[in-house]
Ligand binder design. Sequence first.
Ligand SMILES: *Cc1c(COP(=O)(O)O)cnc(C)c1O
Length: 448
Amino acid sequence: MHEFTPEVEALAAEVLKYSLERLKDDPPLDGPRSAEDLFNEVGNTITAKGLGGHEALAVFTNVLAKACISTDHPRNLAFIPSAPSEYANLFDLVVGASALYGGSWQEGAGAVFAENQAIQWLIDLAGLPATAGGVFVQGGTIGNLSALVVARAEARKKHTPAGRWVIACSAEAHSSIASAANVMDVDILKIPVDSKGKLQGTAVAQAIDTLHSTTNNRVFAVVATSGTTNLGIIDDLKGLGKAAHDRGVWFHVDGAYGLAALCAPSVRADFDGIEMADSFIVDPHKWLFAPYDACALVYRNPEMAKEAHSQHASYLDTLKDDQWSPSDYAINLTRRTRGLPFWFSLAAHGTDAYTEAMEQTLTVAKDAAELVRNHPNLELLCEPELSIVAFTRNGWAAADYQKWSDQLLEDQVGFIPPSSHNGQPILRFAIVNPWTKVSDIQMILDRL
Ligand SMILES: *Cc1c(COP(=O)(O)O)cnc(C)c1O
């Protein structure tokens, strides 16, 4: 069936060389080009006779890949970037080459076993009971949606509200919560944060009680964010967990970015209360040194998730075998064993290396905040709680920020697109890359 011709072997060597050398010697960040521009250079790559592997790879590595910004460049501090370890990236090649089916235990037992051990590390860090379990889904958006679907299924067992189902969260909650509410056709109760940007348990308790006593609507989930995407702020998890559980409401923690730092002793106490979560998510593709795309979705009681998500059909009956099948725990059936690059890197390096890398990024963030504080033209927005450093430039309007950012990328120095806070433009460094040095930060600050 498979033909291992000399051409295939030569191509394999080329692929490996490319993947190993991509980030050597301070490479460029690259950047977007127009579709017209790209077409003028590569033409139509889909042809009747084919380009051949060597040529198609060259088109990709020489042109198309260079029209994509490197998300793992040490001076890409945009949005939440990515910083997969070399081991994780290399093992992604193995995953791609192994034809693994990650939807069921029957087909993917060994791979699912490994994924589950990686998830177990996260469960232990969070302090959830041994009965907890989870699955790697595509991203935080699908993770949040899958968890919230289970939360509502559980609420439906207890209540039949005359009004609407409602998710309670802060105004700073990630856009994916609004997306989930939209898909589920439920409402959102946005509760104001305190002066430090944190959602507090008392505010949530009061808001839920008012809603329940004055309307027919019913809250089925409290969503905490730990930490927020814009500023890295961690909600009052203890207070929110208690407010939710006192009212028989599901407690979900969206830690797509921030919960990665559970492995960092210096900030672990800020996550106290996470052990109360009925579900949580964390994206290894953000701050746990794994490639796209992998979100760890964890449930305190996976049986509830199975009840809500398991698909039933005659052709699937053979899979209802009481084994752990990942497709039962989220909105997915066929799935790539996307947790394996994370597993391999964690297994090979050991968890101490993760703690060390995490603390390194936290230290660079602290140092960056100090440099911003001492910069004559900049104002630090708030002390970084995790690894996001946000600030403003004196005397600049929104257009000035954008112009500066465009030029920074144009000159291949860094990728720092502006964001905003309370309607005011800001700049932010999201530091998730252990290869980002204080000298990288200084290089960027010198241009402000
Ligand atoms: C990034 C992020 C998400 C969405 O995760 P994706 O993997 O991009 O779908 C959700 N919540 C928070 C807090 C995030 O930072």
